[in-house]
Design a protein around this ligand. Sequence first.
Ligand code: KG4
Ligand code: ZN
Length: 335
Amino acid sequence: MSTILAIESSCDETSVAIIQQGKITANVVANQTIHEKFGGVVPELASRVHQQHIIPTVTAALSLAGITRQSIDAVAFTQGPGLLGSLLVGVSFAKAFALALGKPLIAINHMQAHILAHFIDSPQPPFPFLCLTVSGGHTQIVLVKDYFDMEIVGETIDDAAGEAFDKTAKILNLPYPGGPLIDKYAQLGDATRFKFPIPKIPHLDFSFSGFKTAVLYFVKEQWAQNPQFIEENLNDICASVQDSIVQILMLKLKQAVEKFQITHIAIAGGVSANSGLRNALLAMEAKGEWKVYIPKFEYCTDNAAMIAMAAHFKFQKQDFENQYVAPLPRWHFGT
Ligand code: KG4
Ligand code: ZN
């Protein structure tokens, strides 16, 4: 039996969750709007806003769960990967809080936590399963054998899928983060209208940088002929871009299923909120080929509930850290 307070601060969301006896009883997320006008997260600004958000977010989570800090048995935090300055705020707060309470610390890998978000609610995928983890910084196919026994079997060699969405959005003059907006306009557009190249990358790896450049040149050329091109065709451009990104992801996922002969397929990370990707997976399930696991929207993008869930499993193993623990901005699990 345990009550754990978990902190997520790897990028631009400050989030605090409480998990009690394996059930999430609070998950508060404070977003940062300051980055919108810059077209991407500005690390220095992100860490400063985390500093402003951390105490009110912890207070809100405790009050939502209806508990006092004295009832906390452990303090968990995202150790990496992520932005160093952002991670430092969460790690430093967690260390000070745990020291003051005299309770243990639990360090969590953000990418593993995205996958473990599948254990917050039912139905839960059975081991082994394959997880396509698609976020703003990562694109991975992970063979998940147990809660912390995970092998990355394919990943991007350059940009992440989320970056492909965000950079395309920037080309289309949409604010950051562009993924949700591309998704919104795509639902009104014709995905067959424009064609973009599908890269040929060996094994189960991905590449999105050539795709992004192809979109950039295409839009520039069209714009030179018609300065209203983006405004007049926004829905169709978004639908075509989204369809291509989903095709790139699904192609490798199908290869992974073939290779490992595993048909329990999960998706995780911010891009798993994408309607095109969700529909592509559901179509495979409808054909009777796969059993798919799609997290609730609030557990797709960055949140501390997933950190809390991962911490719950580490607490059971008494897997604790000491006060010397430091952020690992480039932590690549499995290596
Ligand atoms: O996992 P996440 O919240 O943060 C990271 O760990 O990076 O992922 C953020 C990424 C951003 O690139 C954002 O544009 C993308 O997820 N995203 C989406 C959607 N919602 C969030 N991309 C496509 N469609 C969406 N609906
Ligand atoms: Zn994330």
